[in-house]
Design a protein around this ligand. Sequence first.
Ligand code: HDD
Length: 755
Amino acid sequence: TDELAAAIPYNANKAGEHGEASTFPEEGQTVAPSDPFVTGSTLTETVASPKVGSGEPRLRFNAGNEPLDRVRADSSNQTLTTNQGVPVGDNQNSLKAGYRGPALLEDFILREKITHFDHERIPERVVHARGSAAHGYFECYESLAQYTCASLFAEAGKRTPVFVRFSTVIGERGSADTVRDARGFATKFYTDEGNWDLVGNNIPVFFIQDAIKFPDLVHAAKPEPHFAVPQASTAHDTFWDFVSLMPESTHMLMWLMSDRAIPRSFRTMQGFGVNTFRLVTAAGESRFVKFHWQPLAGTYSLDWDEAVKISGADPDFHRRDLWEAIECGAYPEYELGMQIFTEEQAEQFSFDVLDATKIVPEELVPVKAVGRMILNRNPDNFFAETEQVAFCAAHIVPGLDFSNDPLLAGRIHSYVDTQLTRLGGPNFHEIPINSPVAQVHNNQRDGMHRQTINRGRVSYEPNSLAGGCPFQAGAAGFRSFPEPMKGDKVRGKPERFADHYTQATLFWNSQSAVEKVHIIRAFRFELTRVQSPAIRQRMVAMLENVASDLAESVARGLGMDTLPPPLPKALKKDVTPEVSSSPALSLFARPGDGGIRMRRIAILVADGIDGRITTLHAGLLGEQAVPRFVGARLGSVQTTEGKIQVDVTLEAMPSVLFDALVVPGGSEGVEALARLGQALEFVKEQYRHCKPILVLGYGRKLIEASGIRWTLRAGGQDSGLLHFEDEDIGNALDRFIEAIAAHRHFERETDPPPV
Ligand code: HDD
């Protein structure tokens, strides 16, 4: 196993530092910091790309995030000091008048330490408080000069450093990762012409059309204010009360009730810019654009029951997964896509592209792949980087511009504004993680925590005393697209905004049968938690405008005998959509690359199992999966071939934390497992959550003891439940890899579940 791991750069032992890796470094030893100027700049490393090939990237001025290294600190082999750099002799005892006497006010060492500690916390983000982030780079596939003069899209192979923060929306900073919620997908591009923040979500539409409703939406979704319950969940009255009175949220609700809202990993979800933006060329021509992130690993989600259990077993499930993937060298990768279209095209659409509750179906405008993003470096310090990073929808660069989407307009204001409170003043752009790689020169001065030491007597423009510097960039600087304006000053919306259901129906029509069942289940769960029958009724009345089968199934699930009349529609005339179904909207449209990198695979072990299982373990490791020997207790088990070290226990890492299961052969070992309640539970849950299970030889007894059938209830074969004899392990591996790559085997799913 070790040889195999050494032969490939991928290192599964970094996934959680289990097993032998956990004994490094030895106790009392410090690991020397790597020299950032020699090896630290991971951005110079080369990852082969199918689109631009391999080889040294063209680095240009903006290739690294070395400016951050200036402030990285490592205390290895250093003396403890105060914040003033004074060496501290004793960090155990405060200064006292005699050993049993009172502590002295003059103890500046004690006071500095406690005072700093007292102020360690800053306000959490009002939304998206819970997040995890990583460094990486974006690499452009080809010049996009015909569409935009944005420098990051200037030429093939050009790399721009990025920092990406993924988040949940509603939960507080310490809430669980696997709750049902939209996920934030915010990317800061440190381009050579300033920072561009693409602050998106994993769902391409939003609840509301106008920013003026955002505080209402968030207040309704957050824990109810009188008793601060529930945490990180929309399954309560105030949320459903609000959205059932805001039919424009119907489309987003469909996405939110789908498995998109419980992703398997940040690595397996799409990202979207949501709002419509503009691309602007050097000649000043403009087109509209919608941004898409496509994960290379495919789009995979959790089962709801599984997600709930993971919240207890490992609330940091997504954070850990992202961290481990990067530590292992299995760098998460996403392709950036653009839907580019003209204003004239947009006018012909049956929907308004300024309405953030609408998508542009890919059948109308295909997604053009323009580059890829690799996340290859974990932050050194969660607070300094992940917590202090400030994304702002207002941060754009020459070559991009905003559309008149009224939701976007509010966002342009809100993000900068919120940082003033969260990060304590107007100089948050100087915090290392926020400061651009491009140089900053202007006459803005002072404010809390100013870092820059601006030289000279001139802080105004125009000036003659500083030779007019810094001077305007003129045509080379940011220019807003000179869009012609007309119309009265009004509070209101254009007519097409009033169509609240056509695209919700489109989404429903585009889902597979399995996805539809999951959506119905999610509505049933959430609305069952709603106490007020009137709100449940109103929601069902709203769903009748989406699809009658959906509304009927949800109503049945809620024990309603009769359907209420449909909610009156705001738009009286019918809308004829361009497409009635769009396959790209199904999660199954993006199955990934067939690989099983970073999939966690449990191999149950006990004294007396067939020792040939180690071959399978090595095979899975070779595929860059993360196989783990799971036993009742830590230590080793005696197999027919020799000893195996147990990596983790059934108790510490229950079934929901694994993507697949191997039940080994060996009668004595299997009988021992069958006597363990936790092992039986483990098998049952793997089965219930439709995960691939490989059973070897006598291991079939454990399956039978768990009450699992070999064939499907509906007849036919279960493609995810494989049985091979112990000696046939080579064939078993290939079939198992295929089954794992498929992720889930929903053909076995029933409602209620079979076990
Ligand atoms: Fe927002 C944070 C995404 C609408 C106001 N938003 C925030 C983050 C993401 C989004 C990913 C977390 C950034 C991070 O990791 O630090 N928000 C969206 C998307 C929206 C959206 C995709 C719809 C298109 N947001 C939206 C509106 C408003 C805000 C309409 C206000 C009018 N959002 C904020 C905020 C936050 C924020 C209050 C909280 C913390 C922060 O900004 O830095 O300003």
